[in-house]
Ligand binder design. Structure first.
Ligand SMILES: [Fe+2]
Length: 192
C-alpha cells in the first residue's frame, strides 16, 4: 500500500485557515469603523449570522449573512455610509475563496433591497437611514424587467432571507456569538 501523503491535505487546511484568519483580521481591525448605522460592520455581520442560525439557515447562508458586508472592509469608503457598491466588491473578494452558495446571496443583497422596495410599498419605510441613503446610489427601486430577472435568479430566496436579517441585525449592544463560533463552518466551506 502506498504511503499516505498528507502534504496536499495540510496545504488545503493552511489555505482555508489563512483566508479565515485574514477575514478575522479584517473584522478585528476595520470592522469597528462607523458606516452610518447604530452598529459596526463587525457587530452587524455577527447579528445577521445569529439571525440566520436562529432561522435554521444552512451553513452557506449563515456564512453569507456573516460576511455579506465584507465589501465595506476591503475597499475605501465612498462617504460616511461606507462603500455604496459593497455587494460587488464583497462578492468579488469572497468568490476567490468560497462557493457560489456563499457568494451569490452576498452579491444579491443590495439587489434584494432594490427588489423589495419595488414590490413592497411598506418596505422602504423600514430601511435604516444609511440603507435609504445608499439606495439612491445603488440604482433605486428595480424596474419591472429587473424584478422579473431577480425572480428568475437561482439564489433569489436566499438573497431575500439575507436581506431580512440585514435589515434586522442592527441592534445597538445586542450580545451574540463571536466570530470564532463560525470559523469551522467557514474553513469547511472555503475548502469545498
Ligand atoms: Fe448589511
Amino acid at each position: 500500500m502506498p504511503a499516505v501523503d498528507e502534504r496536499p491535505l495540510s496545504g488545503y487546511h493552511s489555505d482555508m485557515s489563512a483566508i479565515v484568519d485574514h477575514i478575522a483580521d479584517l473584522f478585528a481591525t476595520k470592522g469597528a469603523e462607523p458606516y452610518g448605522e447604530d452598529v459596526s460592520v463587525a457587530e452587524h455581520g455577527l447579528q445577521c449570522a445569529a439571525l440566520a442560525v436562529r432561522d435554521g439557515a444552512d451553513d452557506a447562508l449563515v456564512i453569507a449573512a456573516l460576511l455579506h458586508d465584507v465589501g465595506h472592509l476591503v475597499e475605501d469608503p465612498d462617504d460616511e455610509f461606507g462603500v455604496h457598491r459593497h455587494d460587488v466588491g464583497g462578492a468579488r473578494f469572497l468568490a476567490r475563496h468560497f462557493p457560489e452558495a456563499v457568494v451569490a446571496p452576498v452579491r444579491l443583497h443590495v439587489a434584494a433591497k432594490r427588489y423589495r422596495v419595488a414590490i413592497d410599498p411598506d418596505y422602504a419605510a423600514r430601511l435604516s437611514a444609511a440603507s435609504t441613503h445608499t439606495l439612491a446610489h445603488q440604482g433605486g427601486p428595480m424596474a419591472p424587467h429587473e424584478v422579473a430577472d431577480f425572480d428568475a435568479e437561482p439564489h433569489r430566496d436566499g438573497a431575500l432571507r439575507l436581506r431580512e436579517w440585514d435589515d434586522c441585525g442592527k441592534v445597538d449592544g445586542l450580545a451574540v456569538a463571536a466570530f470564532d463560533a463560525y470559523r469551522e463552518r467557514m474553513e469547511r466551506l472555503a475548502g469545498g
